[in-house]
Design a protein around this ligand. Sequence first.
Ligand code: UDP
Ligand code: MG
Length: 139
Amino acid sequence: MPIQQTFAIIKPDAVASGQTGQIVSMIEKAGFRIRGMKMTRLSKQQAEGFYEIHREKPFFGGLVMFMTEGPVVVLVLERDNAIKHWRDVMGATNPANAAEGTIRKSFAKNIERNAVHGSDAPETAAVEIPFFFSMAELL
Ligand code: UDP
Ligand code: MG
């Protein structure tokens, strides 16, 4: 599998709980190179745009409220098979279903406040990375 990039967010719940460092450490231990990383706070418009695909879902309003409630850390991660590998390290969307040792099993509170985001496909990563990072910011 060739080198690939994926997009990650450490969500407001995990940043507020002081888990940023532990999650970054898990990312590095899992063999990713961090190509971009910054702290930001999403506007309502940004959160709605980022999660546009979920606009019709019943959880959309709550998700936008959650994602804008405080700062997040956004990252571009690189390794072989990065997209699938990062999804595996994150664990299932609902922490009740997440495997032992995954980030969501360790840190997520519930299906909404689930600590981290990861792109789900190459086409998604190709949209999500430039949503937050300019070419000059990727090292
Ligand atoms: N989410 C939620 N309720 C649900 C499903 C998802 O609040 O029933 C939130 C949760 O924060 C999740 C995000 O919406 O991470 C995006 O959902 P998706 O199905 O894309 O899950 P992911 O790709 O993040 O695992
Ligand atoms: Mg998703």
